[in-house]
Design a protein around this ligand. Sequence first.
Ligand code: FAD
Length: 385
Amino acid sequence: MAPHNTVTRRALIIGGGIGGLATGIALRRIGWEVNVFERAAELREVGAGLGIWANAMRALDRLGLAEAIRIARPPAPSGGIYTWRGQPVMTESHEALEQRVGEISVVLHRAELLDLLYGALGAEYVSLGRLCARISQNETGVTAVFADGSQITGDLLIGADGINSVVRSQIIGDGAPIYAGYVAYRGVTQFDPTRIIAGEYWGRGKRFGMAPMSGDRVYWWATRNAPAGDRMHAAEAHALLRTLFKEWADPIPAIIEATDPEAVLQHDIADRQPLERWSAGRVTLLGDAAHPTTPNLGQGACQALEDAVALADALAAHDDIAMALRDYERRRIPRTSRIVLQSRRIGQIGQWSNPLACSLRDSLLRNLFAPRQAAAIDPIVGYRI
Ligand SMILES: Cc1cc2nc3c(=O)[nH]c(=O)nc-3n(C[C@H](O)[C@H](O)[C@H](O)COP(=O)(O)OP(=O)(O)OC[C@H]3O[C@@H](n4cnc5c(N)ncnc54)[C@H](O)[C@@H]3O)c2cc1C
């Protein structure tokens, strides 16, 4: 739908991650001028795999980008849970999920998704090497001021600048993110896909997940309980993981072994308390800046894609920016808040370390939760933006 207003309006988008680039595309599609400002000097091939669930495929469809992914049909993620020895606790085939929700889910490399979004938006709308230092606004416009001293004014500013958002700190000011008590390690390596049983394997205070990717690659992730900031060199992390998971189900030790030690990524897992408002005047938040989420449901980027579409829908429906932002919050805050809290709970339970509690957990999940898992998953993954 075209906006009612005939004067072209300009949105300043701070952050050129998945959320910021998707928002640029969504707003261009409703006739806005957009400028995305990314602090990194280049869009590097960072990150590992990313589960793009059916709900995010629907959002990508609204951006005109899902068909290319459907045609390539990369491998699907799995929500299955196994014990560390490989016994099934709660499993579901991706075919069954696809049939229930009517859309595929896929695993992409983060760099592949960023490339797709960047290509669709166009390099001319993205300014690299621009670190937003602060923002200010009045009745007629909003200004972003950059670390290099430059500034730009627009009609709307969107903070899509991630979990440590400068924009959020200015309009909300809720301090540092909440550390979840565990670290995640991630990697991608060439591996025989026929040896993989995709899903997450739960032990005591540690988990290991694996999912196939295109080109006979496997995307894996691992967690362990640790104090905040417990960083080490990638090769040391690799050595630690080899020890921590050496007795786990086949092929977990072999996957770690096959990974380039220097390419292991580490991430302190954190989220924030959900908010009741994301906006102030002409400024709003999107993606991790609005609702940083632990990765236990694989929904952070998926929700950022939904946000982008919902924000464009709200701006297309209202000429008045304040009304549009209220509408955007109404569409997004309840859903993303539920997901943040649900994901946090799953992580807390998944990281239990007491042996008795863990065996009780596994048996409750197997006997009580498994028969009801569709009722929990479908409202998230089956959502149609
Ligand atoms: C271990 C792990 C696994 C995950 N797995 C999944 C998954 O399977 N599926 C899924 O959907 N999600 C997953 N996520 C979550 C997902 O990575 C995030 O939710 C997603 O990247 C959020 O995108 P974003 O654009 O909002 O923020 P970001 O990706 O953080 O992007 C923010 C951008 O803003 C830039 N920036 C920051 N500050 C400034 C500034 N002041 N000025 C200019 N630019 C700035 C940054 O450089 C960055 O490029 C996972 C996360 C983790 C940690």
